[in-house]
Design a protein around this ligand. Structure first.
Ligand SMILES: Nc1nc2c(c(=O)[nH]1)N[C@H]1C(S)=C(S)[C@@H](COP(=O)(O)OP(=O)(O)OC[C@H]3O[C@@H](n4cnc5c(=O)[nH]c(N)nc54)[C@H](O)[C@@H]3O)O[C@H]1N2
Ligand SMILES: Nc1nc2c(c(=O)[nH]1)N[C@H]1C(S)=C(S)[C@@H](COP(=O)(O)OP(=O)(O)OC[C@H]3O[C@@H](n4cnc5c(=O)[nH]c(N)nc54)[C@H](O)[C@@H]3O)O[C@H]1N2
Ligand code: SF4
Ligand SMILES: [Mo]
Length: 713
């Protein structure tokens, strides 16, 4: 993609105003895809009730009428002919449409059989966060109360877990950004690390352009010269897997050149002496050796960053999806703390939340060790409180389970026999794909809830048709921590049902119906407000009415008269002593390093035209015309050394698998690195190659670094 792309090409312009025609109504909602959660209206023909298009919402304060190519075409998935509209049961390798009663009977008998023969924990749930808060909350309750299993985890483990881990360790609370997005306009310097924001959060760039027009500086750390790096003051083209060393090198210079805000650090941070010692040897020369970034660029970046009165450090999956992801995040946050930025106007740091509800979805109990409100399952008080809200005996609350990838290990060793996948497509998106697909084949019984038949659903015994985001109402929490409203645009297509209703129906079949009495999503929101009350992610003061009146409400918001928290950490941090814990540098190599046999680095990620496993965007004609297939992005010199030309087929092999794709030449990537986007399945899935080395704290797999060899195919 990158070479062809010009800045801002991805964002709709002001001339699309007022797209709707007479006879259409506009329903105000948000895009279903990324964490920007762009404000939009869906256009519905009044006479027929048909969904006919979208119109950006100009008065939405975060995105101001801008949208990207995925968002403006998302409406085409709502009534798409590929939608699954009836439950499907697989018999003799073929799917057959059946009634809901038949599907539920089948699930009930198999779930009960598995639990009778192998115990409660033989069932598992694999969730996702393209769902509303109400659904995410209920999926957690479904696993623990409805099925009574400890094994639940979700696709956010592959997404936000290292950011969460780094924030928790440093700040004591994990809320994606410490400042609201519109304030970015008033920043003097952006340090973007491992974020391809022009392609992945395209509507965020408008704030950066505004700031740049006023003279703001931009530093980008990425092995590729991503679109936004082309307007950077410094592009730090580091070798994948070396972020902690890069941050340590910058920190070394900040300390040496006197750019540290000593008063702030003394008053508000722990560990400064330990940090200082740990980076004492990180001279520009040493840093350059580890990262591959030339000394001049390191020094220039440190001076620009150190001299800026207001700065923002933002990071994304490039630094987080590593077996050292948490440490990387700690080190980048530490850069922001040393400058005294966190808690101040137009300054601070944050992560670009990935999925639409990547923030809210990780707070309410889909994670193996968390209960709603970001409570810890290992904390007896939290278990007691949530048991009270749910009306169960605390003794019946299951223990913490294992992380998303580790659930596949438990399938391989026969601990897990049945799984319900809700809102995820791990057959494409989990690392070490061959192993993961073998696990799906091995399962005794697999249920998948989706509205399109995904590669994961192809393995299923039962597929349950869910509604899209436009056929139900509820809330999501955007990348800022702002809780917003998603509205119902039309009735469920065919016999599809919202996820909250589906898990309630199964819970009822498992004899737990009295814990799932809901008639509407709003009733679930009201319960979950109470469940979050007093927890770190406190939503108690947020109501749907307030969200409508106030353009969203930021958590924490402990009471209805509390204004919400657009800024975090103004006076104290969320740690016990109220101080932030600076990172202490500890260099370790990525899980896999280059060798004579595997001499190159493979990294993976996204293109602007597709979303995640591609199960939605691969069905939109316009997006497929723009980007039909994956490819291997590589430098012309690397290609020439391997006798490869643009468009040739290249075979890539790692210790776990191989694949063949087209070569795409570009000078915007390091000469030792290859990039492949991951939005396709089966033989086109780059996850056949990726390394499941996990971060010890967050259990995030190393999607961003592995060792690879290439040959002409
Ligand atoms: N178009 C589009 N937008 C999306 C999505 C999508 O699928 N498509 N998905 C959404 C989701 S869920 C997410 S999580 C976000 C992801 O948003 P991003 O994290 O911005 O996207 P990625 O492409 O995964 O990775 C970002 C960059 O990391 C760089 N990188 C690779 N290795 C390293 C490294 O070792 N260090 C550093 N510093 N950088 C490295 C890559 O070159 C890449 O440009 O996007 C969201 N928005
Ligand atoms: N190699 C590599 N792999 C990666 C990454 C990478 O950078 N490189 N990034 C990782 C990241 S950050 C992420 S977030 C994961 C995402 O990976 P996945 O979880 O697989 O992402 P999606 O494609 O969004 O899968 C969601 C599925 O649920 C369906 N769906 C959408 N909305 C709903 C809903 O409301 N209810 C239900 N029941 N179904 C719904 C969609 O049709 C789709 O099939 O991939 C990870 N995998
Ligand atoms: S994908 Fe993200 S940036 Fe694009 S329209 Fe949707 S929410 Fe906005
Ligand atoms: Mo993600």
């Amino acid at each position: 993609m990158s070479q062809l792309v010009k800045q801002d090409q991805f964002v709709t312009r002001d001339n699309v105003k007022n797209l709707h025609k007479p006879g259409e109504k506009l329903i105000t909602t948000h895009c279903c895809y990324c964490g920007m959660q762009c404000g939009m209206h869906i256009r519905v023909e009044e006479k027929t009730g048909k969904v006919v298009g979208v119109e950006p919402r100009y008065d939405w304060p975060v995105t101001k009428g801008k949208m990207c190519p995925k968002g403006v075409t998302a409406y085409q998935t709502i009534e798409h002919p590929d939608r699954i509209t009836k439950p499907l049961i697989k018999k003799n390798g073929q799917f057959h449409a059946v009634s809901w009663k038949e599907a539920l009977d089948y699930i009930e008998s198999n779930f009960k059989r598995i639990q009778r023969d192998h115990g409660k924990d033989a069932l598992s749930v694999f969730g996702g966060v393209s769902m509303t808060n109400e659904k995410c909350y209920l999926v957690g309750k479904y696993a623990r109360v409805g099925l009574g299993t400890r094994y639940i985890d979700y696709n956010g483990r592959f997404c936000m877990s290292s950011a969460a881990g780094g924030m928790l360790k440093t700040f004591g609370i994990d809320r994606g950004m410490t400042l609201p997005v519109p304030e970015l306009e008033h920043t003097d310097c952006f340090f973007l690390a491992g974020s391809n924001s022009a392609e992945c959060h395209p509507t965020s760039t408008q704030w950066l352009w505004k700031a740049k027009d006023k003279g703001a500086k931009l530093i980008v750390a990425d092995p590729r010269e991503v679109p936004i790096a082309r307007v950077a003051d410094v592009h730090l083209d580091l070798k994948p897997g070396t972020d902690s060393a890069l941050a340590a090198g910058i920190i070394h210079l900040l300390i040496k050149e006197g750019y540290v805000d000593n008063e702030y650090v003394q008053e508000r941070c722990n560990n400064f002496e330990e940090l200082k010692q740990s980076v004492a040897h990180c001279t520009p020369e040493y840093t350059s050796q580890l990262t591959g970034v030339v000394v001049e660029k390191l020094v220039k970046a440190a001076h620009i960053y150190g001299q800026s009165p207001r700065s923002v450090v933002m990071f994304a999956r490039g630094v987080e999806q590593q077996s050292k992801g948490v440490h990387n995040v700690q080190m980048y946050i530490t850069m922001s703390l040393l400058r005294g930025m966190v808690g101040k106007f137009a300054s601070g740091c944050g992560t670009f939340t990935g999925q639409g509800n990547g923030q809210g979805g990780r707070e309410h109990g889909q994670k193996a060790d968390l209960l709603p409100g970001y409570r810890k399952l290992t904390d007896p008080k939290a278990v007691e409180y949530i048991s009270g809200v749910w009306g169960i005996d605390p003794k019946d609350m299951p223990q913490p389970g294992v992380s998303a990838y580790e659930m596949f290990d438990l399938i391989h060793n026969n601990t897990i026999r049945g799984m319900h996948v809700i809102c995820s497509n791990p057959a494409v998106s989990a690392p070490n794909g061959n192993y993961v697909n073998e696990a799906f084949k091995k399962l005794d019984f697999l249920v998948v809830s989706d509205f399109f038949l995904s590669e994961t659903a192809e393995h299923a015994d039962v597929v349950l048709p869910t509604t899209t985001w436009a056929e139900d109402e509820g809330t999501t929490t955007n990348l800022e921590g702002r809780v917003i409203r998603v509205r119902k645009v039309r009735d469920p297509l065919g016999e599809s049902k919202p996820d909250w209703e589906i898990v309630s129906l199964i819970a009822e079949r498992m004899g737990k119906g009295k814990f799932f009495p809901y008639q509407t999503a709003h009733e679930i929101f009201e319960e979950f407000r109470v469940a979050s009350k007093g927890g770190p992610a406190d939503y108690y003061g947020i109501t749907w009415d307030r969200i409508d009146k106030e353009d969203g409400v930021f958590w924490p918001c402990p009471s209805e008269d509390h204004p919400g928290s657009p800024h975090m950490f103004k006076e104290r941090f969320g740690t016990e002593d109220g101080k932030a814990n600076l990172g202490v540098f500890n260099w370790t190599e990525p899980g896999e390093t280059q060798s004579a046999e595997y001499p190159l680095v493979l990294t993976t990620g996204r293109v602007v035209f597709h979303y995640l496993s591609g199960n939605q965007t691969r069905r939109v004609d316009f997006l497929m015309e723009q980007c039909p297939l994956p490819y291997a992005e590589m430098h012309p010199e690397l290609a020439a050394r391997n006798n490869l030309a643009n468009g040739d087929k290249v075979k890539l092999t790692t210790r776990r698998g191989h694949m063949t794709v087209d070569v795409r030449l570009t000078k915007t990537i390091r000469k030792d690195t290859i990039f492949i986007p991951y939005h396709w399945g089966k033989e086109l899935s780059v996850n056949q190659l990726t390394n499941p080395a996990l971060d010890p704290y967050s259990r995030m797999p190393e999607f961003k670094v592995c060792a690879v060899k290439i040959e002409k195919a």
